[in-house]
Design a protein around this ligand. Sequence first.
Ligand code: SAM
Ligand code: SF4
Length: 328
Amino acid sequence: MALQTALQDTFGRRFHYLRLSITEMCNFRCNYCLPNGNDCNTLKNDLSITEIDTLVKAFAAMGTSKIRITGGEPALRKDLTDIIELCKNTPSIKKVAMTTNGYLLKRDAKAYKRAGLDAINVSADSLDPRMFAAITGRQKLEDILSGVDHAAAAGIDTIKFNTVMLKQFNYKELGAFFDYIKHHRVTWRFIELMQTGDNHNFFKQNHVPGNALKDVLLEQGWQRIVRTKDAGPAQEFSHPDFMGNIGLIMPYSKDFCSSCNRLRISSQGKLHLCLFAEEGINIRPLLLAQDIEKTCDVIVNHLQSKTISHKLTNGFTGATRQLAMLGG
Ligand code: SAM
Ligand code: SF4
């Protein structure tokens, strides 16, 4: 098999980017994700570091160059720095990123950097401490913003914020986000709320179409940044009066899936071709057996069944009850 170019689907999309969930567990209770925290069905039997090693070697052999570590909350794993290091030291993996709620950044940013972390996305759904607590269930905004400063001081060069837009909560606070972006050299990404198996009512009450914010940006003179063809589905905007940039993730927009460039592995060792696929396929036995070649074969074959797009606009959310299961 010509492994380096193996990860291509039947629609010509290439997948150089792996999103690796290392746990389903989370210590936050975001109202759009895990409003009641983890329930007792949450699986704790996460992939071991040896299984992750086989997985990462297989993906690297097939041309993957970027890995994002996610969860649940990845910082809950005590061996997180070992996992970062393992990914970074795998030949062909050029970039290791992580998506985190940021609660341990203040303490661990230096250790993450030392282990080889290149980039972080930190979720911050409000800049107002009370609203932040209302959305996430935790009084942690100050710690998280200070954690981001620690990450920058530790030399993590690429820092982005993620905010899920919620009509009845933070959408009224766009002005505060704009003020921050005006004075900070960051990318602030606004994510359109996605419907999942568990959040139907919440979704109905809180979904704001991404295009509504895009219209606001264009009216205010923000300009679309031209990105490379393989940069993924986010749209980015800049403005001469602002130090930071804005990213929009609009999963309900037309053609969102045409630039899909990522595959997902759950913390239980299932390969998911889409966040909203019917289900993932279990490759854990191959990881347990440390069989890199067979792992590659199974992934390449399964990729051929990836569909052209999700069916979210029809309300089809597949097997995903909430995004902590798979990492968003
Ligand atoms: N716990 C980490 C965090 O919150 O950054 C990583 C996992 S979390 C599932 C990854 C991203 O998915 C976060 O930015 C979160 O805000 C986003 N997310 C979770 N549920 C979502 C939903 N229903 N719609 C849109 N984004 C969602
Ligand atoms: Fe936890 Fe992240 Fe889900 Fe919030 S969005 S509950 S921090 S997994």
